[in-house]
Design a protein around this ligand. Structure first.
Ligand code: OAK
Length: 807
C-alpha cells in the first residue's frame, strides 16, 4: 500500500472515491478495517460500472427504439483480458481512478493486479473476437457478441524442470463485477433428447470516447430442474442430480486445443448449445420489436467465427421451419442472406468433421436438415457440372467412407453469402487450395479482410508512456484513427524526438525485466536486445527453429565470437495433449537453465521462458519488444496478430512471407523488416520434388553442431533420449521445413545483430514501424466487415453523461 500523503482528488476522482466507499458498505458489506485488496478492486470496478451503466442502458434503448440493423458475432472463444483498465481508458478516467485509489492508501496497480482475466479463448481466434467487440462499440455499430460463459477458461501454465504443468483457471471463484445475469432470457436446447437451459450473462463492451456500450452475451448451461424428485424420494441421490451435473458440464470448461479438432461429444454439444440460444435470442428480439420472422435477414447479420458455430446454418433453418412455420425455400433464402463465415486456418487438423453416428445421436433433426441442404446443393451441382461425380463427392457436406462425417467447413460455405480469409495470402490460398472448387462454383462469395488489433488495449492501455509521447507529438486522434500515426514519419529523423522515443522504450524494457525477475528469478539486462516470440506453441510457428538459433548463438559465443547482448524471450501455452509442443517448451527451459548460468556467456545471452502467457502478460511484453519473431512456415499462419501488436509498439520484425507479415512489410518498408525464408510457392515447388531435410543439414556445420549438442544431453542433464523425438523428426521428415529455412534465418539474424549496433538507425526504424502500422487497427477491419459484408451502419448513442476525450 502507498504510504505517502495522497494528492487532492480531482472532482471525478472524488466521485469515484465516494462510490468506492459506498460499495464497500452496500456491495461488499464491510467496514474499511476489514476490507481486503480484492474488496477494494471490486468496489473500484463497481464504481466504474456505475458510470458506464448509463451508456449501456442508453445504447440498448437507442437500438431498440430505432429498430436498428444489427451485426451478431458468434464465437466459441473470447480472449477478453481484464476489463477495469480498458474501461477506465475508454471513459478517460484512468488518472481519476489513480487519485481515488491513492486517497484510500491504495495504488491503481494493486487494484489492476487483483482482476482475474477472463481467458475464454485459446489464442489468435479468441483474441481477435475480443478486439472486434471493442472496435464495433468504438465505431458505434449496433452489435451483439454471442458465446459461452465457461466457468473455467484456458488452463494456467506453470513451468517446472519438466516443462509445462497445467492447472485449472477458476476465474469466477470470487465473483465477477462486470457481468449481469439475465434469467429472463434463457432458452431450452434439446441435445440427445435431453433439454438444457442456456441463461444469458451480459457484459458491457464500451466504445472508446463514445456513448456506445454494446453487449457481449455469454450463455451458461443449467438443468431445467435442480433435481429429479422421483429419484430423490427413492433415496437415489446421485441419480437425482445426474441430469443437473450433466447439463452444467456444457459450459464448464474451454477446450484447450488451438487449431486441433478432437471430435468430442461435449464439444459438439457446446456448439449447438450456444448457437441455438443465440439464434433463439435473435428471434425473441425480432418478436419484441414486432418484426416478422421473414425479415430476420434484414434485422441481423450473423458472422461465424470459424466453423465452431457452423451448426447455425442448420439450426436457423430448423427454427424458421419447425418453430416459425416458414417454408423451405424462404427459410433457405433467409439463412444464406443472414450468415457469413470467416476461416482462420488452413491446417487440416483444425477442420471440423463430425461422425454421422454422433450427430444422429445428439442432433437428429439438424442432421436431417443437413442432408436435405446437401441433396439440394448436389442437385444444382449435377446440373451445372454434368458427368463429374468426383467433384460432387469432393464438395459434398458429407465425407463418404467407412466413417461418414459432416464437413462443417462445407456447411459454412454453402450456408453463407460471404466467406473471408484473414490476410491477403491466406484468402488467396483459401481460394487456390482449401476451397478451390467452391471458388469455381461461387467466385463472388470469397473475399479477404485482413485482421487488425485494437489500439486502445494494445497501445493506450499497454503502453501509457508511448501513448503520452504520441499525444504530445501528433495529438490524441491516433487512438480512434490509427492512420494518424503517419504523422510520426517526419519525426523519425528528429534527434530530440528519438531521444524521447528511446526513453519510452527503455521504461518498457525495465518494466518487463522486473516482471521476468519476479516470474522466473532471472536477471536480464534491459539494454540488451529483447528478442521475443510469444504465441501458442505449435510446430508450424517454429519455436524450435528459434531455439536452434539460440543454441547456435551459444556455440558461437563460446567459440569467442563477439555478438551484441541478447535476451531471447519465449512464452506460450502448448495444448495439454500435444506432446511435441510440450517437448519444445522442455527444450527451451533446458537451454535456459544451462545458458543463463554459463560464465562464458558473460551476460551476452539470456534465455527466458515466461510462464502463463496471457492478455495481461502480453500487455507487459509487447511494448518491450525490440525484435518480433514471426517465423512460421510460409503458407501456414493465416494472419497472426501478435506481429501487429509488436510492430505497432515499435518492434522490428524478423519474419517469413506468411500471413499478415507480408502486409506489414509492404507497409513499414523492406528496409525496416528482416525478411528470410522460402515463400509459400517455393515450398510448394520443393514439396512437389520431394522434400528431405538431410541435404540442407549436411551443408550446414553449425546447425549440425547445435543438433548434436542438444542430442548429447547438454540441455537435459545428460539424458540423450529426451529430445530424440524432436531431433529425429527434424532430421527425417521435418514437416515444417525448419532445415530449409534455417540458413537464411541465421543470415537475417546476423543482419539484426549488425543493425542493433547502430542505435540511432534502429530507433529510426522503430519509429517507422509504429508510424506505418495504422492499417492494422481492428477499427479498419471492422469497418470493412460492416460495409462489405454486414451492411450495418453506425448508430450514435446520445447520452447526458459526458465522456472526456483523451487516452
Ligand atoms: C483456432 C481454432 C480453429 C481454427 C483457427 C484457430 C485460430 O486461432 N486461428 C488463428 O486465428 C487468428 C485470427 O484470425 C490468426 O491471426 C492466426 O494466424 C490463426 O492461426
Amino acid at each position: 500500500m502507498a504510504s505517502s500523503t495522497p494528492a487532492p482528488c480531482p472532482p471525478k476522482g472524488q466521485a469515484l472515491l465516494e462510490a468506492m466507499r459506498r460499495h464497500l458498505f452496500s456491495s461488499q458489506a464491510k467496514s474499511a478495517s476489514l476490507a481486503t485488496t480484492h474488496d477494494h478492486y471490486v468496489c473500484l470496478s463497481l464504481a466504474v460500472r456505475d458510470i458506464l451503466l448509463t451508456s449501456w442502458v442508453d445504447t440498448v434503448d437507442t437500438y431498440t427504439s430505432q429498430h436498428v440493423r444489427t451485426a451478431t458475432y458468434m464465437s466459441a472463444e473470447y480472449l477478453l483480458g481484464p476489463h477495469l483498465e480498458n474501461n477506465l481508458v475508454s471513459l478517460g478516467l484512468r488518472e481519476e481512478a489513480r487519485a481515488a485509489c491513492e486517497a484510500l492508501g491504495l495504488t491503481l496497480e494493486e487494484m489492476l493486479a487483483e482482476e482475474p482475466e477472463p481467458g475464454l479463448g485459446n489464442g489468435g481466434l479468441g483474441r481477435l473476437a475480443a478486439c472486434f467487440q471493442e472496435s464495433m462499440a468504438t465505431l458505434e455499430l449496433p452489435a451483439i457478441g454471442y458465446g459461452i460463459r465457461y466457468e473455467f477458461g484456458i488452463f494456467r501454465q506453470q513451468i517446472g524442470p519438466t516443462g509445462q504443468m497445467e492447472s485449472t483457471d477458476p476465474w469466477l471463484a470470487r465473483g465477477n463485477p462486470w457481468e449481469v445475469i439475465r434469467p429472463e432470457w434463457s432458452y431450452p436446447v434439446v441435445i440427445g433428447g435431453q433439454t438444457v437451459i442456456g441463461v444469458a450473462y451480459d457484459t458491457p463492451i464500451l466504445g472508446y470516447g463514445v456513448h456506445t456500450a454494446n453487449t457481449l452475451r455469454l450463455w451458461s448451461a443449467q438443468a431445467p430442474d435442480a433435481f429429479d424428485f422421483a429419484s430423490f424420494n427413492a433415496g437415489d441421490y446421485t441419480r437425482a442430480v445426474l441430469h443437473k451435473v450433466q447439463s452444467e458440464t456444457l459450459s464448464k470448461v474451454l477446450y484447450p486445443n488451438d487449431e486441433l479438432e478432437q471430435g468430442k461429444r461435449l464439444r459438439l454439444s457446446q456448439q449447438i448449445f450456444f448457437v441455438s440460444c443465440s439464434l433463439q435470442d435473435m428471434f425473441r428480439i425480432l418478436g419484441s420489436q414486432g418484426i416478422p420472422v421473414t425479415e430476420f435477414h434484414r434485422k441481423f447479420a450473423v458472422q461465424l467465427n470459424d466453423t465452431h458455430p457452423a451448426i447455425a446454418v442448420a439450426e436457423l433453418m430448423r427454427l424458421l421451419i419447425d418453430e416459425h412455420g416458414v417454408d423451405w425455400d424462404t427459410a433457405w433464402s433467409i439463412t444464406t442472406a443472414t450468415i457469413s463465415y470467416t476461416n482462420h486456418t488452413l491446417l487440416p487438423e483444425a477442420l471440423e468433421a463430425w461422425g454421422l453416428e454422433l450427430f444422429q445421436q445428439l442432433l437428429p433433426r439438424q442432421l436431417q436438415i443437413i442432408f436435405e441442404i446437401n441433396a439440394r446443393f448436389l442437385r444444382t451441382l449435377r446440373i451445372r457440372f454434368p458427368g463429374q461425380p468426383d467433384l460432387l463427392e469432393r464438395l459434398s457436406l458429407i465425407e463418404e467412407g467407412p466413417h461418414r462425417k459432416v464437413r462443417m467447413a462445407h456447411l459454412a460455405v454453402v450456408g453463407s453469402h460471404t466467406v473471408n480469409g484473414v490476410a491477403e495470402l491466406h484468402s488467396r490460398l483459401l481460394k487456390e487450395n482449401l476451397f478451390a472448387e467452391f471458388a469455381q462454383v461461387w467466385p463472388e462469395r470469397f473475399t479477404n479482410i485482413t485482421n487488425g488489433v485494437t489500439p486502445r488495449r494494445w497501445l493506450a492501455v499497454a503502453n501509457p508512456p508511448l501513448a503520452e509521447l504520441l499525444n504530445d507529438a501528433i495529438g490524441t486522434d491516433w487512438c480512434r484513427h490509427l492512420d494518424q500515426l503517419r504523422k510520426l514519419e517526419p519525426l523519425a529523423t528528429d534527434a530530440a524526438f528519438l531521444e524521447r522515443w528511446q526513453g519510452v522504450r527503455e521504461q518498457a524494457k525495465e518494466r518487463l525485466a522486473a516482471t521476468i525477475r519476479q516470474d522466473t528469478g532471472v536477471l536480464v539486462d534491459p539494454s540488451s536486445l529483447f528478442d521475443v516470440q510469444v504465441k501458442r506453441i505449435h510446430e508450424y510457428k517454429r519455436q524450435h527453429m528459434a531455439a536452434l538459433q539460440v543454441v547456435e548463438r551459444y556455440l558461437r559465443l563460446r567459440a569467442g565470437e563477439d555478438l551484441p547482448p541478447r535476451t531471447v524471450i519465449f512464452g506460450g501455452k502448448a495444448a495439454p495433449g500435444y506432446a511435441m509442443a510440450k517437448l519444445i517448451i522442455r527444450l527451451i527451459v533446458g537451454m535456459a537453465e544451462i545458458i543463463n548460468i554459463d560464465p562464458a556467456m558473460d551476460g551476452r545471452l539470456r534465455v527466458i521462458f515466461l510462464p502463463n502467457f496471457s492478455v495481461k502478460l502480453g500487455q507487459k511484453i509487447y511494448p518491450a519488444v525490440d525484435l518480433s519473431e514471426q517465423i512460421s512456415t510460409a503458407g501456414m499462419e493465416a494472419s497472426g496478430t501478435g506481429n501487429m501488436k509488436m510492430s505497432l509498439n515499435g518492434a522490428l520484425t524478423i519474419g517469413t512471407l506468411d500471413g499478415a507479415n507480408i502486409e506489414i512489410r509492404d507497409r513499414v518498408g523492406d528496409d525496416n523488416f528482416f525478411l528470410f525464408g522460402h515463400t509459400a510457392e517455393q515450398l510448394a515447388a520443393i514439396n512437389r520434388n520431394g522434400y528431405h531435410p538431410m541435404p540442407w543439414l549436411e551443408n550446414d556445420a553449425l546447425a549440425k553442431e547445435a543438433i548434436d549438442l542438444i542430442g548429447s544431453g547438454h540441455f537435459s542433464e545428460g539424458d540423450r533420449d529426451l529430445f530424440h523425438p524432436l531431433l529425429a523428426n527434424l532430421c527425417s521428415s521435418d514437416p515444417f521445413r525448419v532445415m530449409a529455412d534455417l540458413g537464411d534465418y541465421r543470415r537475417a539474424q546476423n543482419e539484426v545483430d549488425g543493425a542493433w549496433c547502430d542505435a540511432g538507425r534502429w530507433s529510426m526504424m522503430s519509429v517507422l514501424n509504429t508510424a506505418r502500422c495504422g492499417f492494422f487497427s481492428s477499427d479498419r477491419s471492422i469497418q470493412e466487415y460492416a460495409e462489405r459484408i454486414w451492411k450495418v451502419v453506425p448508430v450514435p448513442v446520445n447520452s447526458c453523461s459526458v465522456i472526456p476525450q483523451s487516452s
